[in-house]
Design a protein. Structure first.
Ligand code: BGC
Length: 757
């Protein structure tokens, strides 16, 4: 039985997660929280006096967001009519981009509305605006927080130069199920890493808050959207409060700590209560416990969808439920405008709550300087200058190659020699411009995309003959081009097959039950294999796939994800050795779909699956292990880990130093992501077999050794119980260090719980 010194740190509990953020080199220009300074006083005077002039309808108008321009509205979305402007009923418009169009909308608002309150323009700038960076899941595999800060910042620079004030990003939903298509938009399956990335991305988007080269970020989708039943998008989520607190909430708390200005409520229900009508989540947790002082927007039509959930009978019930739960702004369905005024008159909605929500939104507009100049972000010259600049293009290339994970490299097949004479380049993604940008390509333009074919030619010029054959489509059954692909392969020195998913096979509402390569692509690889030439497979996809068969066929396997605008140059940089791969997986790749969910930090069982008899937590037909584990990725060099160094006890301050020497044993310089995991050996609740608690990405020149150090605080080794209290228990912890979640050395360390105060 565990010694029962239990530190229940209820009051402080939510702060603990915040304190786990290690310093990273970038710094925000200014904090956005809790400071009343002289300028904020001016803001208060302005906003208060404006609100005195506003009618109730105009106030509710500020809480309403519409899809603008010629964009299609959903079946239930309200159209953006002139009459809405006339009556001051448009607070924000989403997903219209470009200075010219936005200027027209703002002008219309300034001409038609009585109080001329500027409109806030929002856009889904998820992984780039015009210059498209790798998808967020891809980029998370770089484990490079500075890089993710820089790409978010660059996306903000481009979007704001194009008139956007606010992005609906980052998505910080933990995803442990690769069937769920939106795994592509997040940072993978691990909460510790996801918190760091959430922090970096929020600070990146909001890097110069208030200035017209930065945008408001939005932490979405609050909360647990990544855990739908069977991986089906929008499906209900049922999970323990302990798992909610420990796995799904912390990345959102990290966003609050980073100063995020807005939140978006999720589509799904959480333990029977839809997130968009969930007062406990949005008011008790987000506003009261976490002291979030920005505003919350619903997801697209999510207010009206409370009726489909079966928790509201009428539109008015739905609007009341969402607003009273804490949703300040209503996206697209227009229900606040239609229903809230009457509800206030009937006393079903508190006028003070309306005023508080309106005030939050007016303050957000004020802080952007829009009341001084509603056209402040609308400068066509700046748009020309700052969109697709050379610096941002170079960053996109770096981000793409830093995100590519080398999964297999038999006989050091890669890098290929630049003297290679004949390449057969095959596959539906080998010369593709649109799919390689992935889902949410914002205003990315196919014309700017470098295909793999072009990237190889850019690198090797006329020294090489590249025979390109598409081979097959993603979905169509035709195998007509197989013979041409086979012939090209036979005539080549090396075959490069670029295969994977179409962009919109992952992303919103793109759940898949079968995670093998779609269409005829596996058969295409069978055909290429028969040519008997070295086979390099480059994968582009939005989620972990089941690659057992391909892993056997390929001599080298590169997970390139959807690399974005600089796709081809980045792939060529890796294939020909100008960049050494350094990325590692942030989501496990299962052997087969039946194992899902199969994340690395699963909880223990009374009959663990690795026991040598059959009545254990396992399938009888497939082992429990993944094909490629969390944290896994190869390099063109190899790293040797020395013996891990750490004391047998935490010190009197509850601190433990852990160190390891890592040597680059190969012939090229490289970067290694050194990982630290911890397991609590005995606790009052069942704990995961291991949890990531630290990582360092280090550059090590060939032949060199780097001493890598970690500092662990016992207070960070606690857990959340089902009352959502954070508990830290003394005892023995297994400390693990290594190259990925399976390749680890370990040592037991004791914490006696007598931390000095
Ligand atoms: C998505 C959000 C997105 C919003 C606005 C919704 O369907 O779930 O992530 O930000 O649309 O486009």
């Amino acid at each position: 039985m565990k010694r029962s010194i239990i530190l229940v740190v209820c009051a402080m509990s939510w702060l603990f997660v915040a304190n786990t953020h290690a310093a990273i080199s970038y710094q925000p220009h200014k904090r956005v929280h809790n400071k009343i300074d002289a300028s904020e006083d001016k803001e208060t005077v302005f906003v208060t006096s404006l609100m005195q002039k506003m009618t109730l309808a105009e106030k509710i108008g500020q809480l309403s967001q519409y899809v603008g321009g010629e964009l299609l509205t959903g079946p239930q979305s309200d159209a953006l009519s002139d009459s809405l402007f006339v009556h001051g009923m448009v607070g924000s418009i989403l997903n219209v981009g470009g200075v010219e169009k936005l200027r027209k909308l703002q002008e219309k608002n300034m001409q038609l509305s009585r109080l001329k309150i500027p409109i806030l323009f929002a856009f889904d700038v998820i992984h780039g605006y015009k210059t498209i960076f790798p998808t967020p899941l891809a980029e998370s595999c770089s484990w490079d927080l500075n890089l993710m800060y820089e790409t978010a910042k660059a996306a903000a620079v481009e979007a704001s130069a194009s008139g956007i004030h606010w992005t609906f990003a980052p998505m910080v939903d933990i995803a442990r199920d690769p069937r769920w298509g939106r795994i592509v938009e997040g940072a993978g399956e691990d909460t510790y890493l996801a918190c760091k990335i959430a922090d970096a991305r929020v600070r990146g988007f909001q890097w110069n808050l208030g200035a017209p080269n930065s945008v408001y970020a939005c932490a979405k989708h609050f909360v647990a959207y990544g855990a739908p039943q069977a991986g089906r998008d929008y499906a209900p989520v049922d999970l323990s409060l302990s798992t909610l607190a420990e796995v799904y909430l912390p990345p959102f708390k990290a966003c609050v700590d980073a100063g995020v200005k807005t939140f978006m409520s999720a589509f799904n229900s959480v333990n029977g209560v839809p997130a968009t009508g969930n007062r406990w989540l949005m008011t008790d947790v987000l506003r009261n416990k976490w002291q979030f002082n920005g505003f919350v927007v619903s997801d697209w039509n999510a207010v009206q969808e409370l009726k489909a959930h079966g928790v509201a009978e009428t539109d008015k019930d739905a609007a009341l439920l969402a607003f009273n739960a804490g949703v300040d702004m209503n996206m697209t369905d227009g229900l606040y405008n239609r229903c809230l005024e009457e509800a206030v008159h009937r006393g079903q909605v508190d006028m003070q709550a309306i005023d508080a929500a309106v005030e939050r939104i007016l303050r957000a507009k004020y802080a952007l300087g829009l009341f001084d100049n509603p056209y402040r972000f609308l400068d066509a010259k700046r748009e020309c200058r700052e969109v697709r600049s050379a610096n941002i293009t170079a960053l996109a290339r770096k981000a793409a190659s830093s995100s590519m994970v080398l999964l297999k490299n038999d006989h050091n097949m890669l890098p290929l020699s630049k003297q290679t004479k004949r390449i057969a380049l095959i596959g539906p993604l080998a010369n593709n411009r649109s799919e390689v940008m992935g889902s949410w390509k914002a205003r990315g333009d196919e014309k700017d995309v470098v295909t793999v074919l072009e990237g190889i030619k850019n690198k090797l010029g006329n020294n090489v003959t590249v025979t390109y054959v598409q081979g097959c489509d993603f979905l169509k059954p035709s195998t007509q081009e197989f013979s041409a692909a086979f012939e090209a392969a036979q005539q080549s020195d090396v075959v490069i097959a670029v295969v994977g998913e179409k962009a919109l096979m992952s992303g919103e509402s793109r759940s898949r039950a079968i995670l093998r390569l779609p269409g005829q692509q596996e058969a295409l690889l069978d055909t290429l294999k028969k040519a008997g030439k070295p086979l390099v497979v480059v994968l582009m996809n939005g989620r972990p796939l089941c690659l057992e068969k391909i892993d056997k066929q390929a001599d080298a396997l590169l997970e390139a994800w959807f690399p974005g605008t600089q796709c081809g140059n980045a792939v060529a940089d890796i294939l020909f050795g100008d960049v050494t791969p350094s990325a590692k997986l942030t989501a496990s790749f299962p052997l087969t779909e039946g194992q899902i969910p199969n994340y690395y930090n699963y909880k223990r069982s009374g009959r663990p699956g690795d026991m040598p008899y059959s009545s254990t937590a396992r399938h009888i037909d497939v082992p429990n292990k993944n094909l490629y584990p969390f944290g896994y990725g190869l390099s063109y060099t190899s790293f040797a880990y020395g013996k891990m160094q750490c004391a047998s006890q935490f010190d009197a301050d509850g601190v433990l130093q852990v160190a390891v020497d890592v040597t680059n044993k190969g012939n090229v310089d490289g970067e290694e992501i050194v990982q630290l995991y911890v397991a609590d050996k005995v606790a009052s609740m069942v704990r995961p077999v291991k949890e990531l608690k630290g990582f360092k990405k280090v550059f090590i020149p060939k032949g060199d050794t780097k001493h890598v150090e970690f500092t662990l605080h016992a207070r960070d080794l606690g857990f959340w119980d089902n009352n959502m209290q954070y508990i830290v228990e003394p005892g023995t912890f297994t400390i693990m260090v290594g190259a990925n979640s399976e390749d680890l050395q370990q040592q037991d360390v004791v914490w006696d719980g007598k931390e000095k105060q």
